[in-house]
Write a protein that binds this ligand. Structure first.
Ligand code: SF4
Ligand code: SF4
Length: 455
């Protein structure tokens, strides 16, 4: 076990690695511990003045409007449509359309006491798409929302969640295991040839046992138990280890998606709300929430009592989360948690984790004596020792530094799952993950260009 702690004011940063002999061949395992992780039960917040509904979700854009400004809408009514599928965006609450922009539909005069529009009964697969629960599903290898008619070879149900700063699956599952298992059964019914992998950590053995007992009558379900080490809960890594290939339809679904499916099929409910957390050192009241989609992020931050200082809001946890876009004003289904950091201290804190190129405190901890200037890779090998995808991040870094995309591709650039561990551990604080994300995008653009050239 390797532990490094640094206390600075309110912050307690802990770097730790636990070694599990059974899984010695797997890497990963570091994580950041900040103060104020989310705690307690799930809180429902009062009806806000407005809902800000984002028209972009993953790879889809709801371009075809089905309502106009000033129009009254019912809960569950379709507001806009995307031709992929086709898929509809639903009103999370009854209200009046206030404004429509290229990015958002804004609902006001909200009313939570009206009868919702119900899902039209159909097959499980139809219901996934007509109820809106597709927002909790993505294709493991492309990250896209699955096409309506695609039959998945396998579905990974992500109960294991090794980030402490987003919605915890145990909290979601509390008291509703029966509903969860009924959702699993529905999903297993999509096709008898579709294997349902329920991913849990070793620490969730009791929960796993209950799920196993309650789903004993499903033949195509399998529990996958992973070590509780950050990075190993990534469904793409698990799918690779289970022998799936990038050209197959492999879905990943969160517990929220399972509940949404069960409610859509059993009660005809459309997906109108989501569970998420708001936590981190810059909030006084870290909390789990249940909110309608589109809930104002400003109201959520206020409810969590954000400290009176400049803050940075991260969508996700600190290891792999990204700064929330300034124009994202409403909650979307893909936000599992917001981590709020004090701007100055957060920079300091994150700079400790990922010093960056201009940080002059580096010399307090390491002795390359470069006074915060651009640092070269010193071939320490630490990044190789943590990469859960089995890559050689230092080698990839050198190839990309030389613009050698072809060799970077052969060295597995596309297998990087952006877990952030290599950047975190790098003694030279090279922004490896960022470089790999850019490299993958460049590769994709070049492949697209060459396929267009051949057409
Ligand atoms: S190379 Fe990618 S997958 Fe490997 S540690 Fe770095 S970010 Fe994670
Ligand atoms: S951790 Fe950083 S310095 Fe060490 S080998 Fe990897 S890229 Fe190079």
């Amino acid at each position: 076990m390797l532990i490094y702690t640094q206390d600075s004011g309110n912050y307690s940063l802990k770097l730790e690695k636990t070694v599990d002999k059974t899984f010695m061949k797997y890497k990963g395992g570091y994580n950041i511990r900040l103060s104020n992780p989310p705690t307690g039960n799930v809180l429902a917040l009062p009806t806000p003045e407005q809902l800000f509904l984002t028209r972009h979700i993953a790879d889809i854009y709801f371009d075809e409007l089905m309502v106009s400004p000033d129009e009254k809408v019912d809960q569950g009514q379709a507001l806009a449509r995307c031709n992929k599928g086709p898929l509809n965006m639903h009103a999370p609450m009854a209200g009046t359309v206030k404004y429509i922009t290229d990015n958002q539909i804004i609902l006001g005069q909200l009313n939570s006491n009206t009868a919702p529009t119900k899902v039209t009964p159909g097959s499980t697969q139809d219901t996934i798409f007509s109820s809106g629960c597709f927002i909790h599903i993505n294709e493991v290898y492309s990250g896209k929302i699955p096409a309506k008619d695609s039959i998945p070879q396998a579905i990974f149900v992500r109960i294991a969640n090794l980030d402490n700063y987003v919605m915890a699956s145990e909290i979601e599952l509390m008291g509703s295991l029966q509903e969860f298992c009924s959702g699993l059964k529905l999903l297993a019914d999509i096709s008898k040839d579709t294997i349902l992998h329920v991913v849990v950590t070793k620490k969730q053995a009791v929960l796993a046992k209950k799920i196993k007992n309650d789903t004993a009558d499903i033949s195509n379900i399998e529990l996958v138990t992973i070590p509780p080490r950050y990075g190993l809960d990534n469904t793409r890594l698990i799918a690779d280890r289970w022998g799936y290939r990038a050209d197959q339809h492999i879905w990943s679904i969160s517990p929220q998606g399972i509940f949404a499916l069960a409610r859509a099929v059993n009660q005809g409910e459309k997906t109108t709300y989501t569970y998420m957390s708001v936590s981190g050192p810059a909030v006084n009241r870290p909390q789990y929430y249940k909110v309608p989609l589109g809930y104002p992020i400003a109201d959520l931050l206020k409810a969590s009592e954000v400290k009176d200082c400049p803050v940075r809001v991260i969508n996700g946890g600190v290891m792999s989360g990204i700064e929330l876009a300034a124009d994202q004003t409403g909650v979307t289904g893909d936000i599992a948690g917001l981590t709020v950091l004090e701007n100055n201290s957060a920079r300091k804190l994150l700079k400790f984790a990922r010093f960056g190129l201009d940080d002059r405190r580096f010399e307090d901890f390491f002795t390359t004596d470069m006074q915060g200037e651009v640092r070269a890779c010193v071939s320490c090998g630490y990044c190789q020792s943590v990469c859960p995808a089995g890559l050689l991040p230092d080698y990839l870094h050198k190839l990309l530094y030389c613009n050698d995309l072809d060799r970077a591709q052969s060295a597995g650039l596309n297998k990087c799952v952006h877990c952030g561990l290599c950047s975190f551990i790098c003694v030279s604080k090279i922004e490896l993950t960022e470089q790999f994300i850019k490299g993958q995008a460049q590769l994709k653009a070049e492949q697209h260009k060459s396929s267009e050239g051949q057409a």
